[in-house]
Design a binder for this molecule. Structure first.
Ligand SMILES: *[C@@H]1O[C@H](CO)[C@@H](O)[C@H](O)[C@H]1NC(C)=O
Ligand SMILES: *[C@@H]1O[C@H](CO)[C@@H](O)[C@H](O)[C@H]1NC(C)=O
Ligand SMILES: *[C@@H]1O[C@H](CO)[C@@H](O)[C@H](O)[C@H]1NC(C)=O
Ligand SMILES: *[C@@H]1O[C@H](CO)[C@@H](O)[C@H](O)[C@H]1NC(C)=O
Ligand SMILES: *[C@@H]1O[C@H](CO)[C@@H](O)[C@H](O)[C@H]1NC(C)=O
Length: 467
């Protein structure tokens, strides 16, 4: 607006020689021109039509780095992924404001923006680059973990758990347990690509000395201790450090440790573009996986008679909307409250399984759905989906904008049986990436998270000898 007042000022000050009709003509025309320019400017700053992907300032894009080929392929991968699912997935705000243009594009997973078919059949953005770079990661990636002894007073939160992790937030404990026994660990910090901060948010939450109210102070003190005792924190302000957390309480845990929030790599389940504490591309999504024990067979030939299934509590406006629109439907089964049939049977008996944003964008439902061979339908705007750097989500899921909940049946029924078969066979291909194993298996959740970290490793540590 400052610009327009300047123009007005200029116009009012300017002595236009000549007769008054020239004033009469000139001023309104100029005002109209300026107004049009301002309108265009406003549209270009608010509309997705003009949106370009801004390169992430944290992303190390130096192609000239010492670790030649892997760095280069990383750069390509970033370019490839930067335009993928999210502009399409998250066009709308919860309160219904937003652009219809984008939401229309979420109709059906295989329509391009011009309505033509695009090749979404490949589950990787670039299979070749991924496989090559993954090999390099397994060969050379090194992590240093700040050491803690068994008799440390916070050993319960800093060391891996003894038992096999289970339940809704298992991912956090599983990752640490597997990492600590893996070949990625180095005891020589000068060889480390990244440093792991081993605190467990889920365990601190239950520790009576800390609790929900004390987590922020604990993290601040922990970082202070680490930065006093070791030189590695100070030399990058934490940029080559990471932590892993699945419980949503973790999203406010770093409030008193801003360097962790702004510099370190946060690997978290509640990975929402909408949360100020989560920085896409710098941070990474940890898949929320509830480890399931029974191995379902015949995932392909399972009798999927229901169109879509959802079960869960009503703890968000999105779920309220789903309930309001679909609660009595004969094809979309939305259960709110206690499920009377076994959960696994429902996932095995439905073509599509709904992941609907609740209190958080993340739940274990995406992984459950994949585990039981059901095509996930993601209704969670702003969800930075797990492994989105690597996997082409449109090849094995349907992403529906919150505002399109009333169109859900139309969208799902619009998917032909060939398209469904393709989506489902891709579900079976990506299924293994969403499972934890105590002894990790290639391409399982552990290695995939490691690969996300590898993409975010810091190149500067290699050369920063002047600290
Ligand atoms: C690439 O590295 C070489 C040798 O380290 C250096 O001379 C050159 O200036 C670098 N180029 C760029 C674009 O950074
Ligand atoms: C930090 O160090 C002090 C002194 O060694 C210790 O008492 C405290 O428990 C440590 N705090 C954390 C969070 O590591
Ligand atoms: C790191 O920086 C802090 C704050 O400037 C300082 O107190 C601390 O001594 C430094 N740590 C090391 C290991 O030098
Ligand atoms: C699939 O389930 C429906 C209803 O539950 C049943 O009528 C049908 O016979 C089943 N089909 C097969 C092949 O099992
Ligand atoms: C669903 O059924 C209930 C009770 O039968 C009824 O009150 C409600 O209006 C129905 N809702 C819709 C969306 O049809």
């Amino acid at each position: 607006m400052a610009y327009s007042s300047l123009v007005l000022y200029y116009l009012s000050q300017r002595r236009v020689p000549g007769r008054s009709f020239r004033h009469f003509f000139f001023i309104p025309t100029s005002l109209a021109l300026v107004t049009s320019l301002l309108i265009l400017f406003y549209i270009s700053t608010t509309s997705n039509l003009f949106t370009h992907h801004h390169p992430n300032p944290k992303t190390p894009l130096q192609i000239n780095s010492s670790s030649s080929s892997s760095t280069f392929s990383f750069t390509i991968l970033r370019h490839k992924t930067s335009s993928t699912p999210f502009a399409i997935e998250a066009p709308l705000t919860e309160d219904g404001g937003g652009q219809r243009i984008e939401s229309q594009r979420s109709l059906g997973p295989q329509l391009g923006s011009d309505g033509s078919h695009v090749n979404n059949n490949e589950v990787f953005h670039d299979r070749h680059i991924f496989l090559e770079d993954y090999k390099e990661m397994k060969r050379s990636f090194k992590i240093y973990v700040y050491p803690h002894r068994q008799d440390d007073s916070f050993a319960n939160a800093l060391l891996p758990v003894d038992s096999e992790p289970g339940g809704n937030y298992a991912s956090e404990s599983f990752f640490k347990k597997v990492l600590m026994k893996s070949r990625f660990i180095t005891n020589d910090p000068t060889k480390a690509d990244l440093f792991f901060l081993p605190f467990s948010i889920a365990r601190l939450r239950h520790d009576p000395r800390v609790g929900v109210g004390g987590i922020q102070d604990f993290i601040r003190d922990y970082i202070f201790n680490v930065s006093q005792k070791y030189q590695y924190w100070n030399r990058t302000g934490g940029a080559d450090h990471f932590y892993v957390a699945c419980h949503s309480i973790g999203r406010s845990a770093m409030e008193k440790a801003s360097e962790v929030k702004f510099n370190a790599i946060q690997v978290v389940c509640s990975s929402s573009y909408f949360l100020p504490g989560y920085i896409p591309h710098k941070d990474a999504c940890l898949p929320q996986i509830w480890p399931r024990k029974e191995e379902p067979h015949d995932l392909l030939s399972s009798n999927r008679t229901k169109l879509a299934f959802f079960a869960g509590g009503i703890n968000s406006p999105v779920r309220e909307k789903l309930l309001q629109v679909w609660r009595n439907d004969s094809e979309i089964f939305a259960h709110f409250g206690r499920l009377t049939t076994p959960y696994a049977d429902e996932l095995l008996g439905s073509k599509f399984c709904l992941h609907v944003k609740g209190f958080e964008v993340n739940t274990a439902r995406v992984a459950d759905s994949l585990y039981y061979g059901c095509v996930p339908v993601i209704i969670a705007n702003y969800y930075d989906l797990p492994f989105a750097d690597i996997l082409n989500w449109k090849s094995f899921s349907v992403i529906v904008a919150t505002l399109d909940i009333p169109l859900l049946k139309k969208i799902l029924k619009g998917i032909s049986s060939e398209e469904y078969t393709r989506l489902q066979s891709n579900v079976l291909k990506v299924r293994k990436h969403f499972q934890w194993h105590l002894s990790p298996i290639d391409y399982d959740a552990f290695y995939m998270v490691m690969y996300e970290l590898w993409l975010r490793r810091s190149f500067s540590t290699v050369t920063s000898s002047n600290f």
